[in-house]
Design a protein around this ligand. Structure first.
Ligand SMILES: [Mn+2]
Length: 306
């Protein structure tokens, strides 16, 4: 029987990665309004450095959902807070190197109209110059086609009932009840990130779908970076909900870790990696948390080797 992910998979646009092209995948930056509930603020300088660097290195950038925090904040406020970041995203886009996939915190009904309304608001407050920086229309999900095989990327909220079917109600809760509390209590943003059991249950659903359909997947949403179905640290919560024998589930993690790191999945010709970026003084540093040949990842899906 076809499930929700099967239907998403079928309508997913394909990008054929050309020889030599390199891809960097981020998710869950939750860029806010720069105020007390903006968890991204402390990492924004780091992210800007990453964008500048990888733009000049010729990378493709995949934004895998929850880039702007639109449950808590208005897009106008986010744009006014981080115009430079929107500027770099735009530069990637203009060169055909930006792939923006929707998440549950940066979703809005009738995207075209929403962007038009946001442009009108900017005009009204005398910030016309920011209108060209508005994000491009988003994709529901994305398939990246490599010589070794295809990787399916989706944010991950699609299997999360509250975030998917009830997103308007959830947004109401977050904006009017959670945000003020968050400022008061100085705690970080919501949802599966905070709730371990929920996160493990989601990971299980992602993995089981991928195993059944023989796919390699990259998600975000849970805020737990994963490499080849393994997380870097289990944080004492008993690890995985189900055994994940095949190295087919990846997660780009998030941009709001409190230790000042941002994680990303990097795909180079023939190789996939999990990276953690951080600043040391003023220098951009990268730690490689995982590295594997794409050939080995895909061969795990063939029965004779699986
Ligand atoms: Mn999400």
């Amino acid at each position: 029987m076809k499930g929700l992910l099967d239907r998403l998979y079928e309508k997913t646009p394909v990008y054929r990665v050309k020889p030599g092209e390199k891809v960097l995948i981020f998710s869950d930056l939750h860029m806010g309004d720069g105020g007390g509930s903006d968890d991204f603020k402390r990492n924004s300088g780091l992210y800007l450095r990453i964008l500048e660097n990888f733009y000049h290195l010729g990378y493709h950038l995949v934004l895998l959902g929850d880039i702007e925090e639109l449950w808590e904040d208005d897009l106008v406020e986010v744009l006014l807070t981080y115009p430079e970041i929107f500027h770099w995203h735009r530069k990637f886009f203009q060169e055909g190197r930006l792939h923006r996939v929707v998440g549950n915190h940066d979703i809005f009904t009738e995207e075209r109209r929403f962007l038009k309304r946001t442009a009108d608001k900017l005009k009204k407050i005398g910030k016309e110059e920011l209108i060209p920086l508005l994000p491009p229309l988003s994709l529901p999900s994305l398939k990246l086609e490599f010589p070794e095989g295809e990787i399916f990327l989706f944010h991950g909220h699609q299997l999360d009932f509250l975030s998917n079917s009830l997103w308007k109600l959830s947004r109401f809760f977050v904006r009017y009840l959670w945000k003020p509390l968050q400022i008061l209590l100085k705690v970080t943003t919501s949802s599966p990130a905070r709730v371990w059991k929920k996160r493990l249950a989601l990971e299980k659903k992602y993995y089981q779908w991928a195993e059944k359909r023989k796919k390699v997947i990259v998600c975000g949403h849970t805020h737990r970076a994963m490499f080849a179905s393994r997380s870097g640290k289990e944080e004492g919560h008993g690890g995985r909900a189900v055994p994940m024998p095949l190295p087919i589930y990846f997660n780009s993690g998030c941009g709001i870790y409190t230790d000042g790191r941002i994680t990303a999945v990097e795909i180079l010709p023939g190789t996939i990696k999990l990276l953690a970026f951080y600043l040391e003084g003023n220098s951009l540093r990268v730690e490689v948390l995982g590295r594997e040949k794409l050939r080995n990842i895909f061969s795990s899906l063939r029965p004779e080797k699986g």
